[in-house]
Ligand binder design. Structure first.
Ligand code: C2E
Ligand code: MG
Ligand code: MG
Length: 410
């Protein structure tokens, strides 16, 4: 009897993105070393690519052996890894497939161990899962999803929902965030957390991102015809979009085409991406800033920010990640982190906004600490455009046939 283990490191991308590939490489080496140390001479450890390892365990006595070896490997990750001058704690997700029960050839065994690894990720990472037959169905579902994603734009299956952002000082609307929705005829509503990572992996994110940008600008233009200017509309940008050489020109083009004040558009970029790209990102961000669009750093607190680098970025807004807001006000760690982020943002003259605000206690805490804006279910769910404008936008009193005639003060 034998087994194939499929290991995928948890959140390795964060480390690679924020500290750079050379540090990531050192960490991979250190992990490979630890894996080899924990196994027998007859076992094989191989790096498949990226942060994925495959382990071959021949000569096993019972089916339980594979799982206990996998668990031993998992536990070996509890000690920190050394990578150059850095020390890291990282975990891994492991999938196991048995020979010959779960497959008689290399391709099947690897595919099944991979499917088991995915389940380990789905169940919360840092665990071992063994292959079972139902996993084959799930793996085909992923492939089907990817296939359907490629057609979603032409089939008009995407829409944007809009979630209001509100000022804690004036209680008034200061803007909205555009969030993509995918409604598939047979899969139903697929949440962005399921298809955005997939789109980032297969490159589809560029087309999707372009669709989102154009649709958001179009919508803003349309609202500008009828309603008071309400602040800025945020659009989430994926890292790959920022790496596109024509991004700045494209945005400039959209602003002209839809006659938008640049300040009406806000681009949200995740902390993880910003921290990964350093010099390159810096120049793109400066060019965007020169256009006059606003720049926000999204999901702040979840990445590895270099504060000296942060200082050099032409940012306007800092968005506190919802994972810290959730525990407010009772969780002392969340409270301390949020307090520190607000102080940091304010001292850097950034507008601080908190996302995922769901109740009054959270809102009160944020207001007391000097957070300027909030977004979350306490104000509203993300809404389809018709509902958003009916609920939150005010019809302009005087009728302007040409919206550019208005001079909004933002
Ligand atoms: P995000 O940009 O951090 O967006 C905030 C997410 O929090 C949204 O999830 C929103 O619906 C959800 N949310 C808002 N208020 C609350 C609240 O009070 N409580 C809780 N629990 N959640 C709240 P959604 O729409 O599912 O989007 C998830 C993520 O997918 C976004 O996180 C963003 O990273 C990504 N995403 C969404 N639309 C786009 C897009 O057009 N382009 C790109 N690149 N990414 C997108
Ligand atoms: Mg966002
Ligand atoms: Mg966020």
């Amino acid at each position: 009897m034998g087994a194939v283990l499929f290991l995928d490191l948890d959140r390795f991308k964060h480390i690679n993105d924020s500290l750079g590939h050379p540090v990531g490489d050192l960490l991979l080496k250190s992990i490979a070393h630890r894996l080899k140390e924990s196994l027998r001479d007859i076992d094989t450890v191989a790096r498949l690519g990226g942060d994925e390892f495959i382990i071959l365990l021949p000569g096993l006595q019972t089916a339980g052996d594979a799982e206990s070896i996998a668990t031993k490997l998992l536990n070996s990750f509890s000690a920190p890894f050394q990578a150059g001058e850095h020390e890291f704690f990282i975990s891994t997700s492991i999938g196991a497939a048995l020979f010959p029960t779960d497959g008689g050839d290399v391709a099947t065994l690897i595919k099944n161990a991979d499917a088991a690894m995915y389940r380990s990720k789905a169940k919360g990472r840092n665990r071992v899962e063994s292959y079972t037959r139902d996993l084959t169905a799930q793996a085909s579902e992923r492939i089907a999803l990817e296939h359907e994603l490629r057609r979603a734009i032409e089939r008009n299956e995407f829409t944007l929902s809009y979630q209001p952002k509100v000022s804690l000082l004036t209680q008034r609307l200061v803007g909205a965030e555009a969030l993509i929705r995918w409604s598939h005829p047979t899969f139903g509503d697929v949440p962005p957390e399921r298809f955005i990572p997939l789109a980032e992996e297969n490159g589809m994110i560029l087309q999707i991102g372009e669709w989102v940008l154009e649709r958001a600008c179009q919508q803003l233009h349309q609202w500008n015809q009828t309603y008071d200017i309400f602040g800025s509309l945020s659009v989430n940008l994926a890292g790959a979009q920022l790496r596109q050489p024509n991004l700045v020109n494209r945005i400039e083009q959209l602003l002209t085409e839809y006659r938008l004040q640049p300040g009406c558009l806000q681009l949200e970029i995740t902390e993880n991406f910003i921290m990964s790209q350093t010099e390159e990102a810096l120049s793109v961000l400066h060019r965007l800033k020169n256009l006059g669009v606003q720049l926000a750093i999204d999901d702040f607190g979840t990445g590895y920010s270099s504060l000296s680098y942060l200082k050099r970025l032409p940012l306007d807004i800092l968005k506190i990640d919802q994972s810290f807001v959730r525990g407010l006000p009772d969780d002392p760690h969340d409270a301390a982190i949020v307090r520190a982020i607000i102080a940091l943002g304010r001292s850097m003259q950034l507008t601080v906004i908190a996302e995922g605000v769901e109740n009054l206690e959270q809102q009160q805490f944020l207001a007391d600490e000097g957070c300027e804006q909030i977004q979350g279910y306490i104000v509203s769910l993300p809404l389809p455009p018709e509902e958003f404008c009916a609920t939150f936008l005010r019809i302009t009193v005087s009728d302007f046939s040409d919206s550019t005639a208005r001079k909004p003060s933002l």
